[in-house]
Every structure is written in C-alpha cells, then in structure tokens.
Design a protein around this ligand. Structure first.
Ligand SMILES: [Zn+2]
Ligand SMILES: [Zn+2]
Length: 161
C-alpha cells in the first residue's frame, strides 16, 4: 500500500466512524469501542459476508468482541447505510460495505455460488420510476439474477465433484 492510499484508507474509516457515531447518538444507542471495531472489520471485508464469517475473522485476529455484538452492530451499520444487506436465495443475510461504493446488483451462479457484481443504468433507474408511477416513495430494492456458469470447466461446482 503506498502512502496515498493509506491516507485515503484512514480517511474513509474516520468518515465512516463519524457517520456511525452520529447515528448511534441520535438513536440513543450506546457508543462503545467494540462497535467501532466491528465497523472497521466490516468495511474492510472483501465481498459479501454473513455475520458469522465476520465474527470468526475477528476472533482469529484475537478480537474479544462477542458474537451478539457482531450481530447487533451489523444491523446498526445497515440501518445507517454504511452496509448493505443482501439475500442471495439462501436462508441467511449477507452484508457488504456500501460506504463510498457504487450501487450495484448481483448475478449468482446456482451451482457454485459465484457472485458477479454489475452496475447497469437500465436497472438503476427502474425501481425509482416504477415506485413513483405507482404512487410510492422508494426505500430500497433488490435485483438478483440466478444463473449458471455457461462453461462447466469454469464452475467450481463441477470441478469439485
Ligand atoms: Zn455486492
Ligand atoms: Zn458456477
């Protein structure tokens, strides 16, 4: 990491911490160092993760944060839009950082679970347009494409058999 990206990296975490602090305060939630520890780890996580994935990662780096705190804090981070919640057709919630990231949608391989992110203006404008046409104010939307890798040689599901 060069010095410039390190500065940007620190600034990102500082700005996120400020947003989170204000949110916690306004909701009369307790402001604890553990919650910011979870926030830092969640923002650094590459890709989409379940609460337990993050908990195990933090445990492995000797964090003393509890499982309950991880679960609760991820919910709070989603409420103030630092994280997005995702459901990819399994019975679990996944999270990903949405701070300073472009909005995007997902295509999921039903065999190997590979997740491909994409941004397409055709999809982006649609939820807003449809909501207002129906007389609603949009809060959120989800758009997932479930598909199959076209080439079984590149699909992990067939390669691990
Ligand atoms: Zn994503
Ligand atoms: Zn696949």
């Amino acid at each position: 990491m060069n010095s410039e990206t390190l500065v940007e990296f620190k600034l990102k975490h500082k700005q996120a911490a400020e947003i989170f602090r204000r949110f916690l305060k306004s909701g009369k939630n307790r402001i604890t160092p553990e919650r910011f520890e979870v926030m830092d780890s969640a923002l650094d996580y590459e890709g989409h993760f379940g609460a337990d994935d993050l908990y195990i990662l933090m445990k492995n780096s000797n964090s003393r944060v509890s499982r309950a705190t991880v679960y609760k804090t991820l919910e709070l981070l989603a409420q103030c839009n630092l994280l997005s919640k995702r459901h990819f057709g399994e019975n679990m919630t996944r999270y990903e950082s949405s701070f300073k990231r472009q909005t995007h949608d997902h295509l999921i391989c039903m065999d190997c679970g590979r997740i491909v992110e994409f941004s397409d203006p055709r999809v982006e404008n649609l939820p807003d347009t449809i909501s207002s046409e129906l007389g609603f104010k949009i809060e959120s939307y989800s758009f997932n494409i479930f598909a199959r890798c076209p080439d079984t040689k590149n699909c992990k599901y067939f390669n691990n058999k």
